[in-house]
Write a protein that binds this ligand. Sequence first.
Ligand SMILES: Cc1cc2nc3c(=O)[nH]c(=O)nc-3n(C[C@H](O)[C@H](O)[C@H](O)COP(=O)(O)O)c2cc1C
Length: 265
Amino acid sequence: MNIMVALRDYKQHVQAAIEAGVDCIISGAGLPLSLPSLVKDTNVKIAPIVSSSKACEVILKSWHRKYQRVADFIVIEGSLAGGHLGFLLENIQNNSTQKLLDILGEVKAVVKKYEALYHQKIPIFVAGGIYTNDDIKQALTAGADGVQMATRFIATNECDASDAFKQAFINAKKEDLSIIKSPVGMPARALSTPFLKKHQKITKCFSCIQSCHVTNAPYCITQALINAVNGNLDEGIVFSGTNGYRIEKIVSVKTLIDELMEGIV
Ligand SMILES: Cc1cc2nc3c(=O)[nH]c(=O)nc-3n(C[C@H](O)[C@H](O)[C@H](O)COP(=O)(O)O)c2cc1C
């Protein structure tokens, strides 16, 4: 289960996930410094999502010092990803897969130390802008153990978002992608919708994000994301990775996986 550190009830979400029997908790949108203590005495694996080697180092050092615990794997999310981004606004523009692979090299150098310390392999997955079979091969050649993909899988039969949500990707052009300042306090990549052009009144606060306050947030991010997934794009935000405009049709997950994995053992 993916649980954002920025959630107001982060601890309760983690506890509920453990009680429900999850195998692993992955946490980004902040530094999951307390995560080892929350999964103590369980077999639940833990993995941070990082956007820099610095964040990775801070997390691993803190987990080692306080809990003598290491990450079971690491996800690096680069600035081509969809949704909330762990970068400053000025560092998001003009980015490339190469930048993600540079961060991979830096993270690998940090992780090596902890692999030696704990005598265990710590797999690293890269995310953000991975779209084709060639992208996966490039990431693996650069030393990634795997990739995490989101945007491409939205256009599958199995994705449970509404047809309108999926159709928004098929209709999208490159210029429809934009970086927004989310009420969460982080930049985020989304497809332009009429909603983003007008200010919304918050009618119900979910009290979800620590840094978001109902009095000064321009709109409720949770409601906007739910609206979009349910097909109400006029009142919704459609998060998308930088390749969202490349989607042309909806396929089955099997077809997509077969295409992505061709020639990869
Ligand atoms: C619609 C959408 C919703 C997302 N929601 C979350 C989320 O709730 N938590 C999270 O850590 N990442 C989220 N992401 C980021 C993805 O998990 C993923 O790391 C990233 O989008 C990968 O880049 P790609 O979309 O280019 O494949 C979301 C991405 C998209 C497109």
